[in-house]
Design a protein around this ligand. Structure first.
Ligand SMILES: *Cc1c(COP(=O)(O)O)cnc(C)c1O
Ligand SMILES: [Zn+2]
Length: 409
C-alpha cells in the first residue's frame, strides 16, 4: 500500500510498519491507528480528480483507505448516502442549517457496511475464506451480507438480546449464527477465543484498526457534499466508539490533504442507561464499565472496546457529550420520520435526539451548520418503532364510521 506508512499505538506511541499484520500493540495491547502518506495522497486525491470520478460509493476515496493494490472490491454499493437539508426538522429544533446524513440506506441498512467492506476486501486479498465477529447486531448483519457478496463464509456471535430482525438478516445472508446466552461483553470474549482457535479473519472493530478507516468515508462524503467544507457540528451515536473515532479521522484526513480548512466539533450522544464514554469525558476519569440499560441495542455497550480512540476524538474536537433517555430517543425517531421521511432505528436517531437536547440547553447556536448522522435503518427494529409511534386507527370497513372517527380526532 503506497498510501499507508504504517500504524501507531494510540496508548504508547510505538510505530508499526505497513506490512505488519498485528491488530493491537505488541508492547501494551493498545489500539492502533493507521497512518498515511498525506503528501502522496494529496497529489492524487483533490478537487480536480474527485470531480472526474463517477463512482460515488466509498471506493471514491480509495487513496485514503488501507486497501492493497489490485484488491477485488465488494460488488455492493456502500456509501454514497444522501445528505439531506432538513429544513422542517431544523425549524422544529431551532436550527437554520441542519442536515441529515442517512446511512441507513446502505446495502444492509447501517453505517457498519463501510467497515465490513474493508474487512471482506482485506480478508479476500489475504486469501482467507472465513470472517467472524461479535456484534449487537448491525456489524454482524453487515459482515454477513458483505461476506456473502464477496463469496466468503461468516461466523457471527450475537448476544441473545439482539432484535429478531437483525438475526433474521444474518440467517438470510447465510451466516453461521451463534446466539450467546450473555451480554455483549460475554459474546465478544467467546468470539475472540473462537477466532484465535480457528484463525478466522477478525472483524471486531475494536481489535481491527482498519475498520474505523472504512467508517471515516462518511465524513469524506459529508465534506464533499457540503462543497469541501466541514460542518460546525456532527452528532454521532456512540457505543463501542469506533464510529465516532472514524468520523473524526475522516475530517482530520481531509484537513491534512488541504480539502477542508476547519474541523467540526463532535457531539457524542449516548443513552442514559449506558453512557460510559460520556461519563468518562464529563468526570474526566478513566473509562468504567456500565450496565447496558437502553432500548437502543446498537449502542448498548457497557465496556467500550474503542473507548480510548473515542475519548481522544471527542477531546481533540472540543466536542460535546449529550446523554439522552430512551423516551427522548423514541421522540426523536417520530420527529425525524414525520418531518423528514427518514426512518432510523433507536441508535440511528440517537444523534438527532442529542441535537434536540443540545439546542434546548443552548449548547449549539441557531446559525451553526449541524449534521445528524443517522446510522441505522428503522426497519431493523420495528418493535421499538411501534413503541415510538403507537397504534393506527382501528375501524370496520364502513365509510360512515370512518367519517365519524376522523371528525372526532
Ligand atoms: C454500531 C452502531 C453505532 C455506534 O457505533 P460504535 O462504533 O459502536 O460506537 C451507532 N448506531 C448504529 C445504528 C450502529 O449500528
Ligand atoms: Zn502500545
Amino acid at each position: 500500500m503506497r498510501n499507508v506508512i504504517g500504524a501507531v499505538c494510540i496508548n504508547c506511541g510505538v510505530q508499526y510498519e505497513a506490512g505488519d499484520t498485528t491488530y493491537t500493540c505488541k508492547q501494551c495491547g493498545g489500539v492502533l491507528d493507521i497512518q498515511y502518506d498525506y503528501g502522496y495522497i494529496k497529489s492524487r486525491l483533490n478537487r480536480e480528480t474527485l470531480a472526474a470520478r463517477k463512482d460515488f460509493s466509498m471506493w471514491r476515496y480509495l487513496e485514503l483507505l488501507p486497501i492493497e493494490e489490485g484488491s477485488r472490491l465488494t460488488p455492493l454499493r456502500i456509501g454514497g448516502s444522501p445528505l439531506y437539508r432538513a429544513e422542517k426538522l431544523g425549524e422544529h429544533l431551532g436550527l437554520k442549517k441542519l442536515y441529515i446524513k442517512d446511512d441507513g440506506l446502505n446495502p444492509t441498512g447501517s453505517l457498519k457496511d463501510r467497515a465490513s467492506a474493508i474487512a471482506v476486501v482485506r480478508a479476500a486479498h489475504a486469501g482467507m475464506h472465513t470472517v467472524a465477529c461479535s456484534s449487537t447486531g448491525n456489524a454482524a448483519s453487515s459482515l454477513a451480507g458483505n461476506a456473502a457478496a464477496m463469496g466468503l463464509e461468516s461466523f457471527i456471535f450475537v448476544p441473545e438480546r439482539a432484535p429478531k430482525g437483525k438475526v433474521a438478516q444474518l440467517m438470510i445472508f447465510g451466516a453461521h449464527v451463534i446466539s450467546v446466552k450473555g451480554n455483549y461483553e460475554d459474546t465478544f470474549r467467546l468470539s475472540a477465543e473462537a477466532i484465535e482457535k480457528w484463525g478466522w479473519y477478525n472483524r471486531n472493530a475494536a481489535i481491527n484498526p482498519y475498520l474505523s478507516e472504512g467508517k471515516k468515508t462518511v465524513s469524506l462524503e459529508i465534506a464533499e457534499q457540503l462543497g469541501f467544507k466541514a460542518p460546525d457540528y456532527v452528532a454521532v451515536s456512540v457505543g463501542d466508539g469506533c464510529t465516532i473515532a472514524g468520523v473524526w479521522k475522516g475530517f482530520k484526513d481531509l484537513y491534512a490533504i488541504g480539502l477542508i480548512d476547519a474541523l467540526p466539533r463532535l457531539i457524542s450522544v449516548q443513552a442514559k442507561g449506558c453512557c460510559p464514554i460520556n461519563r468518562a469525558i464529563e468526570t474526566n476519569r478513566p473509562l468504567e464499565p456500565m450496565e447496558e440499560n437502553t432500548l437502543a441495542d446498537s449502542i448498548a455497550v457497557g465496556v467500550p472496546r474503542n473507548g480510548e480512540k473515542a475519548l481522544r476524538a471527542i477531546r481533540e474536537s472540543q466536542g460535546l457529550t449529550i446523554t439522552v433517555s430512551d423516551d427522548e430517543i423514541l421522540t426523536a425517531m417520530r420527529l425525524l420520520g414525520a418531518t423528514s421521511g427518514v426512518f432510523g432505528e433507536p441508535a440511528g436517531v440517537t444523534g438527532t435526539a442529542g441535537i434536540k437536547k443540545a439546542v434546548e440547553q443552548h449548547l449549539i447556536p441557531a446559525e451553526a451548520v449541524v449534521v445528524s448522522l443517522v446510522t441505522g435503518n428503522g426497519l431493523k427494529d420495528t418493535a421499538s418503532a411501534q413503541c415510538a409511534a403507537g397504534e393506527p386507527l382501528h375501524i370496520p370497513p364502513d365509510l360512515g364510521i370512518l367519517i365519524a372517527e376522523l371528525d372526532r380526532t
